[in-house]
Structure formats: structure tokens, C-alpha cells
Design a protein around this ligand. Structure first.
Ligand SMILES: Cc1ncc(COP(=O)(O)O)c(C=O)c1O
Length: 418
């Protein structure tokens, strides 16, 4: 029904009906939904909330390396106009060379699209691909923007199980059983948010083999590729399967602690034969948004080419390594709380043993925790996980803050019942 506008006595326009677009009806982004609204209400009422719900490094003193910021500032004069719709050439070349050095074949600047964060590129990649009813294979649990983007574009997210008992590796049999004649693409998030799993070469080869057999486009979200611990090794799907069309995504938000710059990239590798129209669609969408944020594009070359300060944060003695170690051990000391130690990324995805904590509604649990302890975490079902028995904690905060948070969670769980 069309919106009906009238005027109230103060002559403001009043809409008697201004409905939401129906394409948003199936789009959920719970990790920023009612829980966050409640946190904002509490903050407005003057309470201080300890927020371990966002993978946003800077507020915890994990700042963008100074040379990256300086380079961006030095280039600010050159960043006043729109750039090429895919991004400035020097940054796209730097991204292409980065992947060349890592063993990706036949990749050049024309294969790179820069974006306002990986987020924009996720949505664009789906907008260019999906017709109503098309299906996309997405891990469960997932980073929920992937499912949201599929739904936004009229597609169906088909969630393949990742097995907690197998270090959160994808269940390949389950994945294969979900394939139909509507399946268009396979999404791989490696290292994974929220589980922290870093997939072995064998697991990736298994995933890629399924994509090969069913001619699926592969979308590989590798935004945490350098945030890995204890000797874990990250493999690029694009190196393992040069014969498949793969879109690899990465960016500055996590490794370079520049989430606010909104800067990411998408690299197209593999045979484009038969996919020309899809790639033209991506170019069309890139043209329509004119270009990504230009100042932040100037940060990319320095970030990728310079000293990789992330390595000193993830090795023993580094903040991320030590915060993860300490938070994991304290968290798993809480009775009835278990957690597979993450090999990568910034999160602990903890299980509340249903024999000890009988939780029916994990979003309500998170709201009750917020109300009682002023601690903000994320509920597992918000990551498209099927059962209400998981919580995600971000371990970006210094160890004393993590200790405080886990102490609050432990005290809360001692008496909490649903
Ligand atoms: C797996 C994953 N992909 C993409 C993003 C979004 O990244 P960006 O800041 O580049 O939009 C995030 C952010 O948390 C993420 O965890």
C-alpha cells in the first residue's frame, strides 16, 4: 500500500503508513538488534557498559599503525575527487601483487575491486548474482552479514553445519546434501568468525572439490587471514583451486586495525569463461556507487607492503595472543562453560552445557546479562547457529578487563535460570 502523507496541527508531515520494503522482511542482523538497543538505553540512563560484542580493535587501544595513517594523510589532497569505480590503480596493483606473492596465479589490478569495507563487497557480490529463490551455501555459525545479504537479494541461505567436536570444521557430507539445482555459490569464512577455526588444507580441498563438482562460484571471506595463533597456517582457496572462479575478500579493518576507514578488497581469480555477465554486473554495481572512500584507498599499499605489525600481536607475548590465552582459560573455568580454543580471529565462541545451563532463549540471556552485569556479549543464534547454547566474546580488551568481564559472566551464570 502506498504511503499516505497528511499534516499534523504543527504542519509537520505525518505518515499514516510508511511500510518497510518487503525485501527486508527476511533480513536479520540480530547482533546489532534489540540487544544493542537495550545497551544504548542503559548508557543513556548513565550506566557504563562493558562491551565485548564487536570486533572493533581501535577502542581497545589496538590502533592503526602510524605509517598507514601518515600515508593516508599525506595523500589527502589527491583524494578529493572520485576515483576509478573499482579503486585507484596503485592500490589495486598492491592487492594483486600481494596475492601473486602468495602463489595466486594470473591476477592483476583489473581483477581487483576495492570497497567500503568487505561488507559492501559482500552485498555487491550477492546483488550481482542472485535471482529470487537462488541458494547460497553458508556456514553455520556464520558472520551474519552473509546470510543477511543473501536474504536481501531474494536468495535462500542454506546453512552447512560446522562441527564443534571437529574443531568447527565444515561437515562436508551435510554441505553436499544441501545442494540443489538452485545452488549458485559456496561461501567459505576462513579464519572463521565466530568460531575462530582456521581450515586445514584438506578441509579446504574438500570444500573446493564440492564447488568444482557442482560448478559453484566460491566466495572466500579471508578478512582474518593474518590473525592466527600457535603456528596455525592459513591457506588461500585461490591458490588451492586456480581452476575455479573464486572471489577472495580481505581488508584493513582487522589486521591493520582500521575498521573505521572502511577499506576492503575483492579479488577475482580463475576462469571467467561463462561468468562474463556476472563480472559485468559487479562492475555495474561498482559504477553505481561511484567509488569507494578514496582517502582510505591510499592506506592499502602501505598496509600490504610495510612491516606487518600484526605478527607481533599474535605471537606469544603479543596482546592478542595473551588476551586469547588468558580469556580462554578463565572462561572455561566457569562450571558448565566449554570453548574450542580459536586458532584465528578475535572471538571465543563458548558453549553453555545444556545439562548445567538450560537456556531456551539466548538473546534473552544476553539481555538479562546486560541488565544485571552491564556486560554486552553476542548470542549464538545471532550467528545463524541453530541451538540457543552459545555466546560470543570478543577478546580485544586488555587482560584485566577480560578478567573482569569473565568474572561478571561467571557470577551471572551461578544463579541464572530460564
Ligand atoms: C568474517 C567477516 N567478514 C567481514 C567483516 C566486515 O568487515 P569490514 O569492516 O571490512 O566491512 C567482518 C567484521 O567483523 C567479519 O567478521
Amino acid at each position: 500500500m502506498a504511503a499516505v502523507a497528511a499534516r499534523d496541527p504543527e504542519q509537520r508531515i505525518v505518515f499514516s503508513l510508511l511500510p518497510q520494503a518487503s525485501r527486508l522482511k527476511n533480513v536479520r542482523y540480530d547482533i546489532r538488534g534489540p540487544v544493542l538497543r537495550r545497551a544504548q538505553e542503559l548508557e543513556s540512563a548513565g550506566h557504563r557498559i562493558l562491551k565485548l560484542n564487536l570486533g572493533n580493535p581501535a577502542p581497545w587501544g589496538l590502533n592503526t599503525p602510524e605509517p598507514i595513517v601518515r600515508d593516508m594523510m599525506q595523500n589527502i589532497d589527491a583524494a578529493q575527487g572520485y576515483s576509478d569505480a573499482r579503486g585507484i590503480h596503485s592500490a589495486r596493483l598492491a592487492v594483486a601483487q600481494y596475492y601473486q606473492e602468495r602463489g595466486v596465479r594470473d591476477v592483476g589490478p583489473d581483477d581487483v575491486f576495492l570497497g567500503n569495507g568487505v561488507s559492501e563487497l559482500i552485498v555487491m557480490s550477492m546483488q550481482a548474482l542472485l535471482n529470487p529463490g537462488d541458494e547460497v551455501l553458508i556456514p553455520s555459525p556464520d558472520y551474519p552479514l552473509w546470510t543477511g545479504a543473501v536474504n536481501l537479494c531474494g536468495g535462500r541461505a542454506m546453512h552447512y553445519r560446522c562441527e564443534e567436536s571437529a574443531g568447527w570444521a565444515p561437515d562436508l557430507e551435510h554441505l553436499a546434501s544441501l545442494i540443489t539445482d538452485r545452488t549458485r555459490a559456496l561461501v567459505i569464512i576462513n579464519p572463521n568468525n565466530p568460531t575462530g577455526a582456521v581450515y586445514s588444507e584438506e578441509t579446504l580441498l574438500g570444500l573446493l572439490d564440492i564447488a568444482r563438482r557442482h560448478q559453484l562460484l566460491v566466495l572466500c571471506d579471508e578478512i582474518y587471514e593474518k590473525i592466527i595463533y600457535d603456528g596455525a597456517v592459513h591457506h588461500h582457496a585461490a591458490v588451492l583451486a586456480p581452476d575455479l572462479l573464486i572471489l577472495t575478500m580481505g581488508g584493513l579493518s582487522k589486521t591493520y586495525r582500521a575498521a573505521g576507514f572502511r577499506s576492503g578488497w575483492l579479488v577475482v581469480t580463475g576462469p571467467a569463461v561463462g561468468a562474463e555477465e556476472y563480472l559485468e554486473g559487479l562492475q555495474l554495481l561498482a559504477n553505481m556507487r561511484l567509488c569507494p572512500n578514496v582517502p582510505a584507498q591510499f592506506a592499502i599499499q602501505t598496509a600490504l607492503g610495510g612491516y606487518q605489525s600484526i605478527t607481533s600481536l599474535v605471537r606469544p607475548g603479543g596482546r592478542l595472543h595473551d588476551q586469547r590465552e588468558s580469556a580462554w582459560s578463565k572462561l572455561t573455568d566457569i562450571p558448565g562453560v566449554e570453548c574450542t580454543k580459536p586458532d584465528g580471529a578475535l572471538y571465543l565462541f563458548a558453549r553453555l552445557d545444556p545439562a548445567v545451563h538450560k537456556i531456551r532463549d539466548d538473546q534473552q540471556l544476553v539481555i538479562d546479562l546486560l541488565n544485571q552485569q552491564h556486560l554486552l556479549l553476542s548470542h549464538g543464534t545471532g550467528f545463524n547457529f541453530p541451538t540457543p547454547d552459545h555466546l560470543r566474546l570478543v577478546f580485544l580488551a586488555p587482560t584485566d578487563v577480560m578478567d573482569d568481564a569473565i568474572g561478571r559472566l561467571g557470577r551471572f551464570l551461578e544463579t541464572y535460570r530460564q
